[in-house]
Ligand binder design. Structure first.
Ligand SMILES: Nc1ncnc2c1ncn2[C@@H]1O[C@H](COP(=O)(O)OP(=O)(O)OP(=O)(O)O)[C@@H](O)[C@H]1O
Ligand SMILES: [Mg+2]
Length: 290
């Protein structure tokens, strides 16, 4: 890890950070719970990513979700979405077990640490969670799926440097980041197209053996009539005994979340259509330039 340049940081970055950002709601509450200020985690992470050269500027905070805070950032390769996971002690990991079941933790000590929910254990869980999101993003991006391009990696050691953050290409523009499908108003034609793309996206995942685990318009972006799938830490495979349930639940959430766009499909019908399309042709893989 490189040295901190506190002065540069204070004079320059702090100001850039403050320019448009607001502290996420709920932070104070979390700080009360954990006895520390979780925003320190974000500040330290941003500082480190600037030092390492992964970022050139953090423009503003976009959204504070239940698991992470999303920032709009600039990189040498253009506008990025910087997703910084919450302080691991503040995160609940309530549903973690459902997604992890069927995964083999080879290291017994790691398994015990995780099970104990000790600080060390939570740190391990957090690390795994973030690394999983990168690994999935890389795999799906290379397979040609409609997902944001990861901006660090594909070397595992390289993207491990950015934990607890994930850096990916911003969908939309700096002035206008892509909205989620849950936040837009669509014409009937657009709604039909968004639905077809969303079903196709779920089928693309299934063809690769994955259930998203949180598939709905809340994790689908809409930009220039194109659907982009986001939020991948909890992707599961058939090794997970809950796989079929998670897949069914995804079909249900997708169908339900599209009702406000005037699409009325049943969960069963949606799942059948996803399964049917999963047997069809896969998207064209993306070639990684050397
Ligand atoms: N590549 C991207 N381009 C543009 N916006 C993005 C991108 N990735 C994420 N976002 C925005 O950041 C938000 C949070 O991302 P994500 O869903 O991955 O995290 P999360 O912790 O699950 O948040 P939430 O609880 O809101 O679902 C998204 O709802 C979306 O608005
Ligand atoms: Mg999300």
């Amino acid at each position: 890890m490189s040295a901190h340049h506190d002065q540069d940081w204070d004079a320059d970055t702090e100001q850039k950070l403050r320019r448009k950002s607001t502290k996420p709601q709920g932070r104070r509450k979390l700080a009360d719970l954990t006895g520390e200020d979780p925003s320190d985690v974000a500040d330290d992470t941003i500082r480190r990513l600037l030092d390492l050269g992964h970022l050139t500027e953090v423009v503003c905070e976009l959204k504070s979700g239940k698991e992470a805070t999303a920032y709009l950032a600039q990189t040498a390769r253009g506008p990025a979405l910087l997703k910084i996971y919450r302080d691991f002690a503040a995160r609940s990991f309530k549903n973690d077990a459902i997604y992890r079941e069927g995964q083999v933790v080879l290291d017994q000590r790691a398994q015990r640490a995780m099970a104990s929910r000790s600080r060390k254990g939570l740190e391990m869980l957090q690390f795994d969670w973030v690394m999983a999101e990168y690994a999935h993003l890389w795999q799906l991006w290379q397979a040609g799926l409609s997902v944001p391009e990861p901006l660090v990696g594909p070397n595992v050691k390289t993207y491990a440097e950015t934990v607890p953050a994930v850096l990916m290409r911003l969908i939309g523009t700096e002035e206008q980041p892509a909205p989620r499908l849950s936040d837009v108003k669509l014409t009937p034609e657009e709604a039909q197209s968004a639905w077809q793309q969303s079903v196709a996206g779920m089928a693309d995942l299934l063809r690769l053996g994955y259930a998203h685990g949180d598939y709905s318009t809340y994790n689908l972006l809409w930009w220039e009539n194109t659907v982009t799938i986001i939020d991948f830490p909890q992707l599961t495979t058939r090794t997970n005994p809950n796989f079929t349930d998670l897949l069914r639940r995804d079909a249900q959430s997708l169908a339900t979340s599209f009702r406000k766009h005037g699409i009325h499909e049943s969960a069963e019908g949606t799942l059948r259509e996803v399964q049917r399309r999963a047997l069809g042709p896969a998207p064209e893989p993306r070639v990684l330039l050397p």
